[in-house]
Design a protein around this ligand. Sequence first.
Ligand code: CKP
Ligand code: MG
Length: 312
Amino acid sequence: MDVIGIGETMISLTPNRNGLIRQTSSFEPRVAGTETNTLIGLSRLGHSTGFISRLGDDELGAMVLKELRGEGVDTTFIEFDSSHQTGLFLKEIINESDVHVYYYREHSAASQMNPNLLDESYISLASYLFITGITPAISESCKQTIFTAINMAKKNGVKIVFDPNIRKKLWSEIEARETLLDILKLSNIVLPGISEGQFLFDSNDPEEIGEKCMELGAELVVVKLGETGAYYCTSDQSDHVPSFPVKQVKDPVGAGDAFAAGLLSGLIDELSVNEAVKRACITGGYATTYVGDYEGFPDRSHFERLSSLSSS
Ligand code: CKP
Ligand code: MG
């Protein structure tokens, strides 16, 4: 198993055209959740992935399961909960740079995850454990689940990949900062954006954000810079990588997850860090050209075409 993730996957309802939600007459249901977005991206690029979670024993849960299986993500450790529902959110796209999400996920089935869900022998199969700052924000038992999973992974030499993914709607700023820094200290690879650097370290300078994460113990930090690309650093190298040229952004949600998928794919394929970050910039940039959180993520042959475009 290349990458295992833990988190909440929901159904996102997106209006059929841009504008305020109140003006829509129909919504399209899509499967969405930061960890599964990344796992699906990896799976499409040919890597083996697994997801640990809890879904409602309901139609929305069945829809998530069907989609994950169709995309080739292992679902052995997804539990079904008959007394809590699968989470939902609405995505309002006013225009490509003004997107809002409204969650209906309180007391969802995933919020009931607890450490008993974890199987150490399953986690030990992975090369990487992919964690984001969303799961510990959902509930106290989810937070405990994340720390237990990290400990299991570390005991078995599984690397922790952490996207802080701040969601201020889900928890208080004090709790968020403290918890995200605690996870960061246990992580091997950290993938912040500028807004997370600002939140955690009061800095919008990618080099300073990278340095602060390294001081807390990271081996590799890749700071996502949106349309200006990415900055990465390790103990002995650092560089800026330009973004993939995108003609028209349609939906930026999910770009960070596609970025994580591209980066991990490059590392699994044993590319140099620089090449892996280039791969991340291609997958992250291209993902914004489709409406939907992961619908636009490329498969391997599509990726090869995008890659030759970006180098020509
Ligand atoms: O940071 P990103 O735009 O890449 O993340 C998007 C995902 O999990 C989206 O799928 C949504 O379901 C969420 O983040 C979330 O819980 O906000
Ligand atoms: Mg993000």
